[in-house]
Design a protein around this ligand. Structure first.
Ligand code: PYC
Length: 331
């Protein structure tokens, strides 16, 4: 049996975004979070087939548009990525909203504004256009907070590290320069990937964060190596690791949100502050601490992230069960 997916491919700040505009499965669930669980239970082969080789690659990421379940939302998004079916994805949202608007798949009730339901909650979007192009997307993200500080680990190849865990739509293990970690350029991409796997495993063995309001969101899925800025006008740089082999080419929207919560909890940033975050390849998002809030009893911030995406083309992809690699593979 052959399944056909009509996709708009592109990138946000260098990281891939595959908007699956046709071929999304019908999902059960009274919220995008419940639909995410249904997708994982019945349709994860679509994610692996579209994101893993031979139809995707280590960094592949994207999502589907759905009618929202909430009456005040314009649209719902379900994310797929090599690392899983994420509760939230910032670079993915910027790309999906851009491609969706540019191709008439999203019809906003108020031009320039959208309310989007994602598995992690509801996010507000403000976007700018020039002619038929979307030139900037700003996401007011879900409440973000620090879940743990000072987790002591000792990893072969880098030595003892103190790791913090923060949430920005996904849970991030955050490592700042210290001890054997002297900066991203001293490590290089291959070591970042190898060490990230070990650091994430060591943190997972000691701590499992659980979202205060939605227990289906749990566990450290990503990690963020923080560094000083490299380019003029930037405030910080990162390498975000996800899946098993990916370094985000964008500054990572949920990673930037987690880092904003982290810096706000340390007193480095305050409400109203702006933080220009550089990715490993030098692309940028503008982050802002919009407001202080709480998640249950936990102090949190409302972050925003702003960036831009470019569509690179249409892509009609088949997943044919007669293909040995219909579900995709990873090496
Ligand atoms: O932009 O939030 C993000 C993201 C998550 C994983 C890769 N990018």
């Amino acid at each position: 049996m052959r399944h056909t997916f009509f996709c708009i491919d592109g990138h946000t700040a260098g990281n891939p975004v595959r908007l699956v505009a046709g071929g999304a499965p019908l999902l059960k669930g009274a919220s995008m979070s419940e639909r995410r669980q249904d997708f994982l239970a019945r349709f994860d082969w679509i994610r692996t087939g579209l994101c893993f080789e031979p139809r995707g690659h280590d960094m592949m990421s994207g999502g589907f548009l759905y009618p929202p379940t909430m009456p005040d939302a314009d649209i719902g998004i379900l994310f797929i990525e090599t690392s899983g079916c994420l509760p939230m994805c910032g670079h993915g949202t910027i790309g999906i909203v851009t491609f969706g608007l540019e191709h008439g798949l999203i019809q906003p009730a108020t031009p320039g504004r959208l309310r989007v339901e994602v598995p992690a909650g509801v996010i507000d979007i403000a976007y700018e256009t020039a002619g038929d192009k979307v030139t900037a997307v700003r996401i007011t993200n879900v409440p973000s907070y620090v879940a743990a500080t000072g987790i002591a680990i000792d990893v072969e190849g880098i030595g003892p590290l103190s790791v913090d865990v923060a949430y920005g739509g996904n849970y991030y293990a955050i490592v700042e320069p210290q001890g054997g970690y002297t900066g991203l350029d001293d490590l290089g991409a291959d070591r970042i990937i190898a060490l990230s796997r070990s650091v994430r495993a060591a943190v997972r063995a000691k701590f499992e964060p659980i979202h205060p309001l939605d227990p289906t969101i749990r566990g450290v899925s990503h990690m963020l190596w923080a560094d000083k800025p490299k380019g003029e006008g930037a405030d910080g740089r990162n390498a975000v690791f996800y899946g098993d082999k990916a370094i985000d080419r964008s500054p990572c929207g949920t990673g930037t949100s987690a880092r904003l919560a982290h810096l706000a909890a340390k007193g480095v940033l305050a409400v109203g502050d702006r933080f220009v975050h550089e990715s490993y390849i030098g692309s940028r998002f503008v982050g802002r601490v919009e407001a202080a809030t709480t998640l249950g009893d936990t102090p949190a911030i409302v972050p925003s992230i702003e960036g831009a995406a470019i569509a690179t083309g249409f892509n009609t992809i088949w997943i044919d069960r007669a293909d040995t690699f219909w579900e995709g593979f990873q090496v």
